[in-house]
Design a protein around this ligand. Sequence first.
Ligand code: FES
Ligand code: FES
Length: 177
Amino acid sequence: MRNLPQILIDDFHVLGKNMPDAIALEVNGKKYSVHYPADTPLLYVLRDDLGLTGTKYGCGEGQCGACTVLISGAPRRSCQISVSSIAGRSITTIEGLEKDGHLHPVQQAFLDAGAFQCAYCTSGMIMSSVGLLRTKPKPTAAEIMQFLQGNICRCGTHPRILEAVNNAAQALREQNP
Ligand code: FES
Ligand code: FES
């Protein structure tokens, strides 16, 4: 570093000093170490750093559900969760649902029912539905609608989404009687 102009050496030291501490994340069963300011929304880290772009940015204000992921199995808005607050907890994104080349039953049910048009909401809808069916394997139509009311679909595919979640619930019950 002795041959570098002093201004570059100063920049190097400043950058080093400001480098945020490493945050350990576990996403879709893989371990990562990321360097972000503690209050950075998890959504930005998933998309910009880990390349998991299946999780969508909709409103950025916790209102649309497009950014939903599972944190320790429960659906959460990743635009509203700071990356430091979920260090060490298990995060699942839409990319982590399929197993051994097979879609998750909820993904398959959405596909079979054609439960999307533009599909911008679909990832969040599926993650919320997976979270619902984990805690309630046989939800009524009213319970499904109530649970998904924080997930907005601007294309109006709600009837097919309802059908998909019903079919997925049945498929999951048959898999795990
Ligand atoms: S982008 Fe997170 S709720 Fe809309
Ligand atoms: S399918 Fe377009 S927003 Fe839901």
